[in-house]
Write a protein that binds this ligand. Structure first.
Ligand SMILES: [Zn+2]
Ligand SMILES: [Zn+2]
Length: 130
């Protein structure tokens, strides 16, 4: 058991799986209900619309998405973490996802080297034969 500072209100609380104090946890539960209710009537809303309609902070809405609290037939659109384009799943859009992947994975060996070899071989054949 350890004491932590609540990331929401800064109050000291006893560490728990929700990772926030009981007051904020209860408030987040209420916020989650509000967001879920709004999305039932307005599926595929942008996160800004949800925020304006419910007053729930973007941070909290995004956290609920990541925790899988908002699932099923409800599709919330929120900005890509990399370019800000609206997306409906994951943390970044498809394009940024591809970019990130290509940065992690080393590029495949380029072909030109091979083509050069081939050309040398061909010209070599020509010069020795004729
Ligand atoms: Zn708190
Ligand atoms: Zn993006």
């Amino acid at each position: 058991m350890s004491l932590k500072n609540c990331p929401e209100c800064g109050k000291v609380y006893l560490d728990n799986p929700a990772e926030m104090c009981p007051d904020c946890y209860r408030r987040e539960e209420e916020d989650a209900d509000k967001v879920a209710e709004f999305l039932r009537e307005h599926p595929r809303s942008h996160i800004d619309e949800v925020h304006q309609a419910t007053g729930v902070k973007h941070k909290i809405i995004l956290r609920m998405i990541r925790k899988g609290r908002i699932v099923g037939d409800v599709n919330i659109v929120y900005p890509c973490e990399s370019c800000g384009r609206p997306i409906a799943e994951g943390r970044v859009c498809e394009e940024c996802g591809r970019k990130i992947l290509s940065q992690i994975k080393p590029a495949e060996k380029p072909a030109p080297e091979k083509r050069e070899d081939q050309a040398k071989k061909n010209s070599g054949m020509f010069t020795t034969k004729f």
